[in-house]
Design a protein. Structure first.
Length: 185
């Protein structure tokens, strides 16, 4: 098996019966997809469940008309995340977890190196502020944020969301403006 083989070629081999090709796809996409899922689902065990559901969906579906395996697997995973979030009101719970983290872990108890501790605290506060700002975005902007933060190109985001590239660019622009406003409050 060629380590540089495209996702689409591996997928075609898997559909043809080569189970090692699916193993290679799983190994290639497990970590990036898990990071993507964790942006939606804050609980590690639940994120692992969603990740495995995504791969099970791929196993069951066996589509032959995919243009981009990457876009397709992210689209499947995104839908699973959205379904899970809707059914369990995950957004409110995630916000509570961020608040809990800020209260319990936001301050350092020892001050061996004051400047590095202050930098760490400042970085945590900025990250928490960004998380809160993203959680307050309308879902269409939050989705764009999560997909772009996962390394997706504008074209891939457009394909996953089923909208034109111009719409994605417009949403990114609006999202950035809203995040700047939220974080500066």
């Amino acid at each position: 098996m060629n380590s540089q083989e495209s996702d689409e070629a591996l997928y075609a081999r898997w559909i043809g019966g080569d189970l090692r090709a699916f193993d290679a796809l799983y190994a290639r996409w497990e970590r990036p997809l898990f990071g993507f899922v964790r942006a939606f689902v804050r609980d590690q065990a639940e994120a692992e469940d969603v990740l495995h559901e995504a791969f099970m969906s791929i196993l069951r579906e066996r589509r032959k008309d995919i243009r981009s395996f990457r876009s397709w697997i992210y689209e499947v995973t995104r839908h699973l995340c959205l379904n899970r979030a809707r059914s369990k009101k995950r957004a409110a719970r995630a916000l509570e977890e961020v608040k809990s983290f800020a209260l319990s872990g936001g301050e350092a108890s020892e001050r061996h190196d004051a400047s590095s501790v202050e930098n760490e605290i400042d970085a945590r506060r900025r990250a928490i502020a960004l998380e809160r700002a993203v959680s307050r975005l309308p879902e269409m902007f939050a989705e764009v944020y999560r997909l772009r933060a996962s390394g997706m190109s504008y074209d891939e985001v457009a394909e996953i969301l089923g909208v034109p590239v111009g719409t994605v660019k417009s949403r990114v622009h609006e999202m950035v403006l809203r995040l700047k406003e939220e974080v500066s409050r």
